[in-house]
Design a protein around this ligand. Structure first.
Ligand SMILES: NC(=O)c1ccc[n+]([C@@H]2O[C@H](COP(=O)([O-])OP(=O)(O)OC[C@H]3O[C@@H](n4cnc5c(N)ncnc54)[C@H](OP(=O)(O)O)[C@@H]3O)[C@@H](O)[C@H]2O)c1
Length: 228
């Protein structure tokens, strides 16, 4: 049974990834801020291959505690999904620097911390996949001219993953960045054209089909290349 770790697993796209991979028979470790509350705790009561675990991606001690529970077990798939996005439509220069710092902590340093901690587990799985949920707003070419904080955090995580792809391929780890599509979640808002379940299903299909030749790519939810 493939062991799959998903961050930000208690809401939005993360919760949809949990449902999809549990249904596909993976053993899902659902990393979240509040593992004993809400829909993730409820689902885990009836689905035996889901384990909600505390995982704050901004905290070294939280990641260490998570790793203590996982020990040396192989991980076939890690999805860095946790994300925050503060001020979408405000005057761009109104950005609050403390919010920007937290955005970088969650969206950029979070995937670094979690991935670095889990490198050995991914390597032990043989052929494994490290997927980071990025955004079209992380594309420098497609910059919307707003949300400086969010856009820079996603462009930076793309750069990080692109670098890691060069170094981790020798461990059999395929690194992929995916724009999931505009999604109806608390982040994406009510006007988004697709539900979390719909876009997560599309992303899962992309993930299922990748091989090592896709290492280091940044793609949309149909597997098409995104501009950097
Ligand atoms: N929605 C879109 O249209 C869209 C478009 C492009 C990219 N994305 C990306 O897709 C990913 C998922 O977004 P979403 O729309 O599903 O957002 P969401 O509904 O707001 O969910 C974000 C998740 O991240 C968790 N999280 C926040 N801070 C965390 C931390 N420090 N440690 C661990 N988990 C943390 C949240 O936990 P709590 O609920 O407990 O706060 C929540 O589970 C994000 O990376 C986002 O940037 C989304």
């Amino acid at each position: 049974m493939t062991k799959t770790v998903i961050t930000g697993a208690d809401a939005g796209l993360g919760f949809s990834f949990v449902k999809q991979y549990a249904q596909a028979g993976h053993e899902v470790l659902a990393g979240c801020l509040s593992p004993h509350l809400g829909q993730i705790a409820e689902l885990a009561q009836t689905v035996s291959n889901i384990a909600p675990l505390k995982l704050d991606v901004t905290s070294n001690s939280s990641i260490a505690a998570f790793m203590d529970q996982m020990k040396d077990e192989p991980v076939g798939l890690l999805i860095n999904n946790a994300g925050v996005h503060y001020r979408k439509w405000s005057v761009p220069e109104d950005v609050v620097f403390s919010d920007w710092e937290h955005t970088l902590q969650v969206n950029t340093l979070g995937p670094a911390r979690v991935s670095f901690a889990m490198r050995g587990n991914l390597a032990r799985a043989g052929q494994s996949k490290l997927v980071t949920i990025s955004s079209d707003w992380g594309s420098v070419t497609k910059h919307p001219g707003t949300a400086y904080d969010y856009c820079s955090s996603k462009a930076a995580v793309n750069s990080l993953m692109r670098g890691m792809a060069q170094n981790w391929v020798k461990d059999g780890i395929t690194v992929l960045m995916v724009h999931p599509g505009w999604t109806r979640t608390s982040m994406g808002g009510e006007d988004a054209p697709a539900t979390a379940d719909e876009n997560a299903e599309a992303v899962c299909a992309v993930i299922d089909n990748i091989t090592q030749k896709d290492n280091g790519r940044f793609v949309d939810n149909q597997g098409n290349d995104m501009p950097w």
